[in-house]
Design a protein around this ligand. Sequence first.
Ligand SMILES: NC(=O)c1ccc[n+]([C@@H]2O[C@H](COP(=O)([O-])OP(=O)(O)OC[C@H]3O[C@@H](n4cnc5c(N)ncnc54)[C@H](OP(=O)(O)O)[C@@H]3O)[C@@H](O)[C@H]2O)c1
Length: 308
Amino acid sequence: MNKLLALSIGSISLIAGKLKIMGGINYFRKHQQITLNDKTILITGGTDGIGWETAKKLSKAKSVIVAGRNVERIKSQLFNYTNIQYMYLDLNDLNNVQQFCQEFKKRHEKLDILINNAGVFNLELKYTQQGFEQNFGVNYLSPFLLTYNLLDHIPNEYESRIIFVASRAHTDSPSQVDFNYYLNQEPIPYSCHKIYAISKLANIYETSSFANHLKDTNIKVYTLHPGVVRTHMLSQFKFNKFFTPMIWYFTKTPEQGSVTSTFLATQPNNQLKNGYYYKDCYPKYLKSDNNILFDNTIKVLQKLGYIK
Ligand SMILES: NC(=O)c1ccc[n+]([C@@H]2O[C@H](COP(=O)([O-])OP(=O)(O)OC[C@H]3O[C@@H](n4cnc5c(N)ncnc54)[C@H](OP(=O)(O)O)[C@@H]3O)[C@@H](O)[C@H]2O)c1
């Protein structure tokens, strides 16, 4: 009898644990939604993983533009989603980000919802076209330029918003981060994991800074952790097959990983907390560096001639 009781308690705990990892109650809850059929939505990194799942969920919008370098992965599926279009974007190159913004403005009269989702987790040191460390360049600097350049295309309306997909990994950053190593292209004294963590901390700081920059408008800004998700990003870590059941247990599917991005894109702005970091659809905190990174980034992008 005791064994049966222990087995039942063990099984229930395992199921409850898995449900929590999948996103808890918010994964199953039906959330209130803003009207999407008049909205234009841009999702960077919409060609794979969490971004593509987010695009499919938002496909009731007037148009969803998925941007990335490789459309091949989703090409055949685009026929099933007539509202989803593809645009080429390479965040590894600030020149391409500039061209992309110009082209986007020509093709679309406005941008209601911008989801900065694209990201890399490099296992070795690599550099962008302009010589910035690549995690920092692709995850932070290029999305910053893209967002800044598109601000004048985002209408000052009640449901306009910008979302940055960050990561819980930001908590693994060193306690004091000197972003000037990255901005000034100095040798970086950190491991790959730390570099990724720092790029995600930069996403969180830019969220509060853009929120502050836009405080006199109706445009809101949010950031989030999608969970640990079984996408290409995770599969580059070669785990021993022995761990496969554990990896399954402790991770989300890409569809589950897209829930918080979709939630932040579709909840009425007046029910969300501006500048906040969300996890499993809950606001966790607002983290700010008093706009130091924001101001220094503007200076570097001005010096390089990317912004006036
Ligand atoms: N998976 C996780 O466990 C996890 C956990 C926390 C946070 N995140 C964050 O979630 C976001 C999405 O990650 P994911 O797991 O869905 O990864 P993924 O499956 O590897 O997808 C990454 C996306 O980013 C795009 N991308 C990469 N480099 C790019 C570049 N130079 N220019 C333009 N697009 C580029 C890729 O598109 P192309 O290849 O077509 O360029 C792809 O669509 C990332 O910001 C990541 O940091 C993921």
